[in-house]
Design a protein around this ligand. Structure first.
Ligand code: CUA
Length: 377
């Protein structure tokens, strides 16, 4: 056991804090480290027991082979010493593992008071991240969809809940996975010492687009995180100047389009009835928060990134269900779709109108210095 611990320590010191250690996760995360040091004795014990039992088995089979003995071996019943040992040893092993487990749990929980708080909401099939500390200072609500921004070197207290079914928040490099359960609010923590972008995914089968329910965690150095938080607190989406594509998009986003008599698919519901944009009348909560959408790097809960996300925005607004199975946002291209078993006819926006909405969304940007995607490793 001591040898294995020594070996582990050697291997650990050989890999810098930025590297993964075997299958046991990213050692930049404090909670991953705790779990690692808990796993080593458990794995060591398993190895010792495996080889011990295997040796005893092969030895017994070999030593007491029938063809090696003329007479039957000595017959006896019971052995108190052996039986006591066979009960005592497993009890001691289980006790040792229990103590280690409780100790590790105590170190990971409860969340420290100075942790950075984030409220996580999982819904089919996207995530919303709200920053209550920032919101309190801003006298409102600071949140965004599918991109979680955290500082390095701090514990991040995630308060999890689910909006419809049970989802699982899992960014393996930052710590373990947890359920986002409707009606329950549980807090736990993740952390990292290394700035960068971390991949996350829903880890509980939750419907047609479970595999498309991804997210990114952007871990920023403390000063850049502070810049982001300040900008996010102060963010008030501007009202675009009249006549521009952004201005037409703004009007469609906020007001939708009234129906034309005789045209069944002409009335368009405002995007604002489901989405929120900070600093505007849009305050819907059914869909992801779109405040500073233009700063985002991903689309469709991490289905597309970068240039691809840019290209997919128009097809996405036209018909989200066509590009993401099970998406709840209805199409806007006049096609038919199924909702709760009923076949419905979607309303219709022209390509130009969809382009205007896309232009408006892309204009929702944080100031350059608060762009959390800039220069992240
Ligand atoms: Cu949400 Cu799987």
């Amino acid at each position: 056991l001591a040898g294995l611990l020594g070996l582990a320590a050697t291997l650990m010191s050989g890999c810098s804090s930025s590297e993964r250690f075997l299958f046991l996760g990213d050692m930049s995360s404090q909670s991953n480290k705790e779990v690692f040091w808990m796993s080593i004795p458990a794995i060591a014990l398993s190895i010792i027991i495996f080889f011990g039992v295997s040796f005893a088995l092969f030895y017994t089979v070999q030593r007491f082979r029938e063809d090696k003995h003329d007479a039957p071996p000595a017959q006896f019943h019971g052995n108190n010493r052996l039986e006591t040992l066979l009960v005592a040893v497993p009890v001691l092993i289980v006790l040792l593992l229990s103590v280690l487990t409780v100790r590790t749990l105590a170190r990971i929980n409860p969340t420290p008071r100075d942790a950075v708080r984030v409220d996580v909401l999982g819904k089919q099939f996207w995530w919303n991240f709200a920053y209550p500390d920032a919101a309190a200072a801003a006298g409102g609500n600071v949140s965004n969809g599918n991109e979680l921004i955290i500082p390095v070197g701090r514990q991040i207290a995630l308060t999890m809940t689910g909006g419809d079914v049970i989802h699982g928040f899992w960014a393996p490099n930052l710590g373990g996975q947890r359920f986002a359960t409707p009606g329950s609010q549980k807090t736990w923590q993740v952390d990292t010492e290394r700035p960068g972008v971390y991949q996350g995914n829903c880890s509980v089968l939750c419907g047609a687009s479970h595999a498309n329910m991804r997210f990114k965690v952007v871990a920023l150095p403390q000063d850049r995180y502070t810049t982001f938080v300040k900008a996010a607190q102060a963010y008030r989406a501007p009202t675009p100047a009249g006549g521009s594509a952004e201005a037409r998009g703004y009007t469609l986003f906020m007001q939708g389009k009234p129906g034309v008599a005789g045209q069944a698919d002409s009335a368009v519901l405002a995007c604002a009835s489901c989405h929120r944009v900070q600093g505007t009348p849009a305050n819907g909560a059914a869909g992801p928060d779109l405040s500073f959408f233009g700063t985002r790097h991903t689309l469709g809960a991490g289905m597309w990134e970068g240039e691809q996300a840019r290209e997919m925005l128009i097809p996405w607004i036209k018909n989200p269900m066509a590009v993401k199975p099970g998406a709840l946002m209805p199409p806007y291209d006049g096609s038919t779709y199924v909702e709760k078993g009923k076949t419905l006819k979607a309303s219709r926006l022209s390509d130009a109108e969809i382009g205007d909405i896309a232009a408006y969304l892309r204009s929702l940007r944080l100031p350059e210095e608060a762009d959390y995607w800039r220069d992240v490793p």
